[in-house]
Design a protein around this ligand. Structure first.
Ligand SMILES: Cc1cc2nc3c(=O)[nH]c(=O)nc-3n(C[C@H](O)[C@H](O)[C@H](O)COP(=O)(O)O)c2cc1C
Length: 202
């Protein structure tokens, strides 16, 4: 079982990265293989017509697709900026078409807010970001509000009540993601999926 984690913040050492690293650690403790791509530390070029060339700025893409194809599920961690998902994360999805390795795999949306936001990003990702790549968002999500006060390594930086709540909630949600990842392999091997006939969603 392998889960890929994509961090959507543009900021170095972001709160989203902190949350992603926490979730990664929890997955590892459940015996799950992981990888993490931080779009601030390893930014992707904006889409252009040469995307399929495998050359120049696109030479990295086959390696990324291989990584996605080898994964059973995903977590997308994204801060809410001006009530939106970040440009970096939306661009990630723009680079990922039907054959990118996301299709019919479960994904957990995890949003981050310095205050009490985060819901707009959930709504945005559920409304757009999956049509052509056929990613399947699971019906649970994590909305990490007041993110500065939870999931810190030093307990004196945490609001104990909020921190404990998110620890429990994350534990439950990660186990659910793994259960979906386990179950959805059967959809991909069922023989029903045909991304050649229908490369784009309706
Ligand atoms: C450009 C910008 C826009 C923001 N807009 C929102 C917003 O709409 N809602 C919200 O809850 N927080 C907003 N914030 C605050 C972020 O929630 C907060 O900075 C968060 O920690 C950012 O996560 P990051 O460290 O992963 O980048 C905004 C922050 C920035 C930099």
């Amino acid at each position: 079982m392998k889960i890929g984690i994509v961090i959507g913040s543009h900021r170095q050492d972001s709160q989203s990265r902190k949350v992603g690293l926490y979730l990664e650690q929890q997955l590892k403790s459940l015996g799950t293989e992981t990888w993490l791509h931080d779009l601030a530390q390893d930014p992707l070029p904006l889409w252009d017509e040469n995307i399929g060339s495998g050359e120049g700025q696109w030479a990295f893409l086959p390696g990324l697709v291989e990584r996605l194809q080898s994964s059973d599920g995903f977590i997308f961690v994204c801060p809410e900026w001006h009530g939106m998902a970040t440009s970096a994360l939306k661009n990630f999805f723009l680079l990922c078409g039907a054959q990118s390795g996301l299709a019919h795999k479960p994904a957990l949306i995890t949003t981050v807010s310095g205050s009490d936001g985060g819901a707009y990003v959930v709504a945005e990702l559920r409304a757009s970001s999956y049509k052509n790549n056929r990613l399947c968002y699971i019906p649970e999500q994590l909305v990490i509000r007041n993110v500065g006060q939870v999931l810190n390594n030093h307990s004196d930086e945490n609001n104990a009540e909020a921190h404990n709540y998110f620890v429990e909630r994350a534990s439950y949600t990660l186990k659910l993601l793994l259960a979906y990842a386990d179950a959805m392999g059967a959809v991909r091997t069922s023989g029903v999926v045909d991304l050649e006939a229908y490369p784009n969603g309706m």
